[in-house]
Design a binder for this molecule. Structure first.
Ligand code: AMP
Length: 249
């Protein structure tokens, strides 16, 4: 079995994001970037499946500017075998990314595609679902467990009512939830080894897909600043303020 893992380069989760003065997006120049946390979980799970003897190869896919190769290297240092980078500076919306992932998975003969459930910068939570639909494949979204079984995968999904256990057919697409695993840190020897692992650079034309945008960003603005809180002396004053000032009770 071959596993393709889609990894996205995003602003590091610990960095305070700043909106550009022209409101066209957020500042990414000279900002610390990292692999999307849900994609780290995806890489970790692929490696665990491989270590259990259920996959021969783990391939990392990323689309975007040249620096995406750093993100792929991070996953190679965790233990993945090789990378695919689609070099483009275009704005990519989920449909475009999903088309590229689907085309790459087809070319590579990937039986399992693992994506993060969501990218923490754009919060789309769409790409995995679109990939599964485009490829007419079974989808396991927000998984907290996955195991290879005859003919497919046994997965667990966290839902409001508890845990939903499903069997999905192979080939399949899954998206990772937070509790699937705890991603490993890359060791120094593995970081050194990763420098020699291959990353194939592709163009959008190599995948033969149209990545034209169907959406337009009108403006990006900061959330309104929070107002200062008020100290109350006792529960009576609190109830009075909630009733007469905030009018929430
Ligand atoms: P989203 O639908 O944007 O919330 O992203 C969900 C998942 O799609 C991410 O966790 C990645 O696995 C994948 N993905 C999104 N954008 C990219 C990208 N530019 N390159 C590779 N994978 C991506």
């Amino acid at each position: 079995m071959k596993i393709l893992v889609a990894v996205k380069r995003v602003i590091d989760a610990n960095i305070r994001v700043r909106v550009k003065p022209d409101h066209s997006g957020v500042e990414t120049a000279n900002v610390k970037m990292a692999m999307n946390p849900f994609c780290e979980i995806a890489v970790e799970e692929a490696l665990r499946i491989q270590q259990a003897g259920d996959a021969e190869e783990v391939i990392l896919f990323s689309a975007g500017p040249q620096k995406c190769q750093e993100t792929i290297r991070t996953g190679l240092a965790m233990g993945a075998d090789r990378g695919l980078h689609v070099l483009t500076d275009e704005r990519l919306e989920p449909l475009a990314i999903a088309k590229m992932i689907a085309a790459a998975a087809e070319q590579q003969g990937a039986d399992l595609i693992i994506l993060g459930k969501q990218s923490i910068d754009d919060d789309h939570n769409q790409t995995g679902q679109i990939v599964a639909a485009l490829m007419r494949r079974a989808l396991g979204s927000y998984i907290s467990e996955i195991k290879k079984v005859a003919g497919g995968f046994a997965i667990t999904r966290e839902i409001d009512a508890g845990l939903e256990k499903l069997r999905i057919t192979s080939p399949a697409v899954v998206t990772t939830d937070l509790r699937l695993n705890e991603p490993r840190y890359a060791s120094l020897p593995n970081i050194m080894k990763a420098k020699k692992k291959p990353i194939d650079e592709l163009s959008v034309a190599d995948l033969g897909v149209d990545i034209g945008c169907r959406t337009e960003i009108l403006s990006v603005v900061e959330p309104p600043a929070r107002q200062a809180g008020v100290m109350v002396s006792d529960a009576g004053e609190l109830v009075d303020k909630l009733k007469n000032q905030a009018k929430v009770i």
